[in-house]
Design a protein around this ligand. Structure first.
Ligand code: NAD
Ligand code: UDP
Length: 319
């Protein structure tokens, strides 16, 4: 297949490009580097089946030649207002990537009769009242809170994707991605994994927001990419959660990072982010992915974190 990947220079997009190329596909990467980095794609510069277009997906997209697939990952993705890469600091760009970018990429899929995949998110469930979250849960989202620029853009993107499927018969799919971590995460993007690991490697106390009892379920990037790849190659149109269903609270997560890095500086408690809509519990129900894609996560948290710590060590050494 010849596949367009938007957000190709980002954490997940660059791993996805690697996987598609390894499977023998031809990849056209697209990115405007708003939160991604050219270094994530540097190793593909001379790959004969890879090409790259620097472009903002919010503007009309033209890709020469036929496409068999379109995978739309372009969007800022960190909720942390302390980071310049956080989507609350890029509110209009985030809404445009989710809304106009989804419209433009669906148009490309329609024109090419291509299979389409939207990278959606567990954030469409908001601060969930149902636990774990199943795909038939409609969510609990504040439409005007700080996170709404991301959550509502992704909800709009899902609605638009289903509209193109129902009205134009586009062969669409929607993956709801739960917290994913691994090499090539941006060290400064403010998400908990880069924050904790870089603090630990510098011998600093880990910054826990609030009482640390809020939970997340962390999926290693290779598992996530496997799930996305299977979904893209399937005939499924309904949203599918992809994530690891092992739930961890932030106190326990900080302890694990300090233990794996040998950091003795402990933790420091900062003000909680509940007022900004920080979800208190998050865990995917992955029964649908198991049934439809025969997929499940394989990498244990400490193994994946070991590989990620190694990556961040190298990043810090080269700074
Ligand atoms: P990332 O910031 O590393 O990658 C996003 C990429 O999109 C960046 O390279 C950025 O430059 C690019 N981009 C943003 N706006 C663009 C625009 N208008 N035009 C062109 N390129 C643009 O983040 P990520 O973690 O790799 O996230 C990728 C996708 O997965 C996003 O859609 C995100 O919402 C989704 N997602 C990620 C996670 C996660 O845990 N990593 C969880 C849920 C959903
Ligand atoms: N968090 C934290 N300290 C940090 C960064 C994040 O305690 O330095 C918490 C944050 O409050 C949230 C969880 O870690 O409850 C996951 O945050 P992240 O930014 O990684 O992504 P989210 O899952 O909220 O989108």
């Amino acid at each position: 297949m010849r596949i367009l990947v938007t957000g190709a220079a980002g954490f997940l997009g660059s791993h996805l490009c690697d996987r598609l190329l390894a499977e023998g596909h031809t990849v056209v990467g697209m990115d405007n580097f708003i939160t991604g980095k050219p270094e994530n794609l540097a190793h593909l510069a001379n790959h004969e089946r890879f090409s790259f277009i620097r472009h903002d997906v919010s503007a009309y997209i033209f890709v020469p030649g036929r496409l068999d697939g379109v995978m739309h990952l372009a969007s800022p993705a960190s909720p942390n207002p302390a980071s310049p890469m956080g989507y609350t600091n890029l509110p209009i760009q985030t809404m445009k990537a989710g809304a106009l970018g989804t419209h433009n990429t669906l148009g490309v899929a329609l024109a090419n009769k291509a299979r389409y995949l939207l990278a959606s998110t567990s954030e469409i469930y908001g601060d969930p009242l149902q636990h774990p979250q199943r795909e038939d849960y409609w969510g609990h989202v504040n439409p005007i809170g700080p996170r709404s620029v991301y959550d509502e853009a992704k909800r709009f993107a899902e609605a638009l994707t289903m509209a193109y499927h129902r009205f134009h018969s586009v062969n669409t799919s929607i993956v709801r991605i739960f917290n994913t971590y691994g090499p090539r995460m941006h060290i400064d993007d403010g998400r908990v994994v880069p924050n904790f690991i870089s603090q630990a490697l510098k011998g600093e106390a880990l910054t826990i927001y609030g009482d640390g009892r809020q939970t997340r379920s962390f999926c290693y990037v290779d598992d996530l990419i496997e799930g996305i790849y299977r979904l893209m190659m399937s005939a499924e149109h309904n949203p599918v959660n992809i994530g690891n269903d092992v739930e961890t609270d932030m106190n326990e997560f900080a302890e694990i990072i300090n233990r794996l890095t040998g950091n003795s500086a402990g933790v420091v408690r900062l003000e909680d982010r509940r007022g900004e809509g920080d979800p208190q519990r998050r865990q995917p129900d992955i029964a649908r992915a198991r049934a439809v894609l025969n997929w499940e996560p394989r990498v244990a948290l400490e193994d994946g974190l070991g590989r990620t710590i190694q990556f961040f060590k190298e990043v810090l050494e080269n700074r």
